[in-house]
Design a protein around this ligand. Structure first.
Ligand SMILES: [Zn+2]
Length: 422
C-alpha cells in the first residue's frame, strides 16, 4: 500500500538551511524550512518520515541518452583497435546474434543499477534496422512497464545504420513506432544522404506526433555541420521544443562567434543538446598526434546563451565506450573536469544538466524541486552540490513517485593498529 512520505533535515541544491519536503500521492506537496511552519498538516496519519541527516536532496537523476540494447558487450567482444570504425563494424556483427532474451538480460542489469544510482527517468535508443529487425523493440517494450516503479523509461526508435542507403529500414521504423515507440531518431552522419535521413525522421515524427532525437555532428571530419539543416527542418515542421540532439562534438571546434550564432538558433527553436563526454572523449580527435582536442560539446557555453543542455551516459561497456557503470553523477564529474567547471555556480549547472535540464531535453516538464512536480528525488550522503559533483557519493536513497525504491550505503572500516594513533 503506497504511503505518503516526508523528508526532514534535508539540504537542497538551490537554497541554504535545512528543509522538510512533503510528498503526497506521487507529487511534491510542500517544501518548508525546518524552522518555518510545519510542512505536514495534522492529518499525517500514515505518513512516513525519512530523516535526511543533513544530506542533499536533489531531483532524480535523468539519463536522457543511453543504449540499453548494446550495453554490456565488452566481455563478449573486447576492443582490438579501439576505433569508431571497429565499433560500428563489430557491433553490427554482434547485433546479428542479439536475441530478445539476451537484450532483456543486459538491459535489466543496466536498469536495476540505474535505479540504485537514483536515475528516475531514462531515454534509451532502440536499434531498428534490417539486421536488428524489431527484436530490440520487442525486448525493451515490456521492460518499460516492468520497471515503471523505479524509472520512467522512454524508448527512442533509432536508425543507427543509415536509412537512405538501406531503405528497407523505413517500414521497420514505422512498425517500431506502431509497436509503441515514444520517440524517433537516427544517426544521419552514417547515412550517404544525411539530409534525406533527417527528412525521413521528421516525416515519421509528424506521422506519429512524437519527439525527435538525433545523434548529430558527432565525427571530427571536415564535413559541414548538419545542425543548420536540422534547425531549418525543425522550423519548417513546427517541431520547436520537440528536438533533442546528442553528441554535437563538432561544436567543440568552433570559434566563439560561430558558436554564438548556432546557440541562438538552438535557443529560438527550443532544441536541446546532450553532451556524452564518456564516449566523445574516447572517440574524438584520434587523428591528432599531439595537442589533442577534447571533442566534448561546450554545453556550458550554450547554457550561457539560454540553450537547454544536459549530459548523459550514452554507452556502458561496449566498443563505443569501454567504460562506465551508468551513473549519471560520475558523468557529471567527468563533464566538470573536461569543461573546466570549478565554481559553485557551474557545479549547480552541472547538477541541473544531470537532472532538471536533462528531463526537459527528453520532454519531461514536471521534474525538479518544486511543489506540484513529480516526487522523483534522490537523497545523497553529501553536504553540498560541489561535493556531489566532485565525487559521486555511494550513499543514496532513491524516491520514485513518492516511494523509496532503492537505498545504497557505503560500509567501510579502518583497522588501524593501536600504536598508530600517537
Ligand atoms: Zn548514442
Amino acid at each position: 500500500m503506497p504511503h505518503d512520505l516526508q523528508v526532514i533535515n534535508a539540504r537542497l541544491p538551490d537554497r541554504d538551511g535545512l528543509w522538510t519536503v512533503a510528498l503526497r500521492q506521487g507529487k511534491i506537496a510542500a517544501i518548508a524550512p525546518k524552522t518555518g511552519p510545519v510542512a505536514i498538516a495534522a492529518d499525517e496519519s500514515g505518513t512516513q518520515t525519512l530523516d535526511a541527516h543533513k544530506g542533499l536532496l536533489i531531483p532524480g537523476l535523468v539519463d536522457g541518452h543511453i543504449h540499453l540494447d548494446k550495453a554490456l558487450l565488452l566481455d563478449r567482444h573486447p576492443a582490438q583497435a579501439g576505433t569508431f570504425a571497429e565499433a560500428m563494424a563489430e557491433t553490427l556483427k554482434l547485433k546479428q546474434g542479439f536475441t530478445v532474451a539476451d537484450i532483456q538480460s543486459r538491459a535489466r542489469q543496466v536498469l536495476e543499477t540505474a535505479i540504485k544510482f537514483g536515475i528516475t527517468a531514462m531515454r534509451s535508443h532502440v536499434e531498428v534496422d534490417p539486421t536488428a529487425g524489431l527484436r530490440a523493440m520487442a525486448a525493451l517494450l515490456p521492460l518499460r512497464q516492468e520497471y515503471a516503479w523505479g524509472l520512467t523509461l522512454q524508448l527512442a526508435v533509432f536508425a543507427q545504420e543509415g536509412i537512405t542507403q538501406q531503405p528497407e529500414t523505413l517500414p521497420l521504423l514505422r512498425q517500431a513506432m506502431a509497436m509503441g515507440g515514444d520517440v524517433i531518431g537516427s544517426a544521419p552522419y552514417v547515412d550517404t544522404d544525411p539530409e534525406g535521413n533527417v527528412r525521413h525522421i521528421f516525416d515519421i515524427a509528424q506521422e506519429y506526433d512524437c519527439d525527435v532525437d538525433f545523434h548529430l555532428d558527432f565525427l571530427d571530419d571536415d564535413e559541414p555541420l548538419l545542425l543548420p539543416f536540422v534547425v531549418a527542418e525543425t522550423q519548417r515542421r513546427g517541431w520547436q521544443g520537440r528536438v533533442c540532439l546528442g553528441h554535437m562534438t563538432k561544436l567543440a571546434w568552433l570559434p566563439p562567434e560561430k558558436l554564438a550564432d548556432l546557440a541562438a538558433a538552438l535557443r529560438e527553436n527550443q532544441i536541446s543538446v546532450l553532451a556524452l563526454p564518456a564516449s566523445d572523449l574516447y572517440m574524438m580527435a584520434r587523428q591528432e598526434t599531439h595537442s589533442q582536442r577534447r571533442g566534448v560539446a561546450p554545453i556550458h557555453r550554450l547554457a550561457e546563451q539560454g540553450v537547454n543542455v544536459g549530459l548523459a551516459t550514452n554507452n556502458i561497456l561496449n566498443l563505443f565506450t569501454p567504460f562506465g557503470d551508468g551513473d549519471v553523477l560520475k558523468i557529471c564529474t567527468l563533464l566538470a573536469q573536461v569543461l573546466q567547471l570549478g565554481t559553485t555556480a557551474s557545479h549547480q549547472l552541472c547538477l541541473a544538466m544531470a537532472t532538471t535540464q536533462a528531463a526537459r531535453a527528453i520532454g519531461i516538464a514536471d521534474h525538479g524541486l518544486a511543489v506540484g512536480n513529480r516526487a522523483d528525488l534522490v537523497l545523497l550522503d553529501v553536504a553540498s552540490v560541489s561535493a556531489a559533483v566532485g565525487a559521486a557519493p555511494q550513499g543514496r536513497t532513491v524516491i520514485k513517485a513518492g516511494q523509496v525504491v532503492a537505498q545504497s550505503r557505503l560500509d567501510q572500516q579502518l583497522f588501524a593498529p593501536e600504536n598508530a594513533m600517537v
